[in-house]
Design a protein around this ligand. Structure first.
Ligand code: FO1
Length: 316
């Protein structure tokens, strides 16, 4: 059911929750009108390879090869490389599947040849047969760092994977963000966007690292079209991952009103789950109440259709 939309739709996404809505949107928006802006602040180097987990999660999802059990990594992957690294006595805390490694090998090789992450991502997508655009927000390094009570400052993957997001978070910050440049492709996509959608990704760990890149927030504020967020919370809880725990530790309110405050000045609308419909509305921000839990492909496509439909009525 591809909608006959003439609207350019841009989704801001990171992580597994965001990728689910990206999949739904890719099924209802024509590919030439659909662009995803992806987070690179989770990127890191391991075994000499450059790994871009959030870009890969979105890319594998769009290509239909994502591991359905985890949401990250490649379906039907094997772990021979990891087993051998284990045999060598390496601490294999970050699970890189054999097929997944092919992506990191190519990305690292092309980076070493001087190509940008934007060019490399486009090339990987093309080779996987994906027709919409996935744009890293910047080609420059930005690193999410987490100040924790128990372990001091941790890199993102140390916090998220090695420590399974259990440490108490004191502060989240984005190293090198001020020096990073939004790419021309991202600037163009945002200025041509009729609809900007903040996917139900972790606001602090996935959406903020996009908004802190100089120019991104300004481009969204200067939009011609509308900008809406899909809440990642259902009944006051995160569907998956650390969003509710982490935002609680930072003293942030995860109610619909709290989310509108968090994205203050950016939103024309908020999509919330039916279980949150009794929560007070945020003044001046229209909302769509619908089922936001995405378990099946049908759920993802239905939610994407609901959002696009509603946004169309917001514009009219
Ligand atoms: N997440 C985990 O919880 N454990 C892993 O071992 C792990 C490996 C991994 C390998 C490649 C990849 O692209 C992603 C991977 N992830 C893993 C997910 C990823 O680190 C996080 O989901 C994101 O960075 C958070 O958005």
């Amino acid at each position: 059911m591809v909608l006959d939309t003439q609207q350019n739709v841009v989704a801001l996404a990171g992580g597994v929750g965001g990728a689910k809505l990206v999949y739904g949107l890719s099924q209802v928006v024509p590919p030439e009108r659909f662009t995803v802006i992806g987070n690179v602040a989770d990127d890191f180097d391991l075994y000499g390879l450059h790994i871009s987990p959030d870009l890969d999660t979105v890319m594998y999802t769009l290509a239909g090869v994502a591991n359905p059990a985890t949401g990250w990594g490649v379906a039907d992957d094997t772990w021979n490389m990891l087993d051998m690294l284990d045999r060598y006595g390496e601490d294999v805390w970050f699970r890189l599947g054999d097929r997944d490694v092919a992506t990191h090998v190519l990305r690292t090789m092309w980076l070493n040849e001087g190509h940008t992450l934007t060019e490399i991502t486009a090339r990987l997508l093309e080779r996987l047969g994906v027709r919409c655009q996935l744009l890293p927000v910047t080609d420059d390094p930005v690193h999410t760092l987490i100040d924790t009570l128990e372990h001091g400052t941790l890199g993102f993957q140390d916090y998220f994977v090695r420590h399974r997001w259990q440490p108490t978070v004191r502060r989240v910050w984005y190293r090198y963000a001020e020096q990073a440049c939004m790419t021309d492709a991202v600037a163009g996509a945002l200025s041509d966007a009729d609809v900007i959608i903040f996917c139900p990704s972790n606001p602090v760990l996935s959406i903020d690292p996009l908004l802190v890149v100089p120019g991104v927030r300004e481009a969204i504020t200067a939009r011609q079209g509308v900008c809406v967020a899909v809440s990642p919370f259902i009944g006051g809880k995160a569907v998956k991952g650390p969003a509710a725990k982490l935002m609680g530790e930072l003293g942030l309110d995860i109610s619909p009103c709290g989310l509108c405050q968090y994205y203050a000045g950016l939103l024309d609308g908020l999509v919330i789950d039916t279980s949150d419909q009794d929560q007070p509305p945020a003044e001046g921000i229209p909302r769509l109440v619908t089922q936001t839990l995405m378990q099946s492909s049908e759920d993802k496509i239905r939610l994407a259709g609901d959002v696009i439909d509603w946004v169309g009525r917001l514009v009219a």
